[in-house]
Design a binder for this molecule. Structure first.
Ligand SMILES: [Zn+2]
Length: 96
């Protein structure tokens, strides 16, 4: 399904996410005192404390920008916005 220009998740991420290289990885802190991250699009929480049935943390792995490991994109948003943002994939994608 094509993503519409007025999709609520689009908030100008083109400025910093267009054409980036992305890799799939388990969540890891950006720096030592870092807590959790959110998907750049839908704000889903990505954290290593994920557990099944936990409503507060949606993922424990996601796509992240390869060069700085700073911008996280959840599985669903990656699929939805991959074509629009022309991301290149480094390494293996998760099994479907
Ligand atoms: Zn998302």
């Amino acid at each position: 399904m094509a993503i519409e220009d007025d999709d609520w998740r689009l908030q100008g991420q083109e400025k910093y996410l267009l054409g980036r290289a992305m890799r799939w990885t388990a969540w890891a802190p950006y720096r030592e005192d870092w807590d959790h991250d959110h998907c750049e699009f839908c704000m889903a929480k990505i954290w290593d404390r994920y557990s099944v049935g936990d409503d507060h943390v949606q993922y424990n792995a996601a796509w992240v920008t390869t060069d700085d490991s700073y911008r996280w994109v959840c599985l669903k948003c990656f699929a939805d916005f991959r074509a629009r943002f022309a991301w290149s994939v480094v390494g293996d994608a998760p099994a479907p």
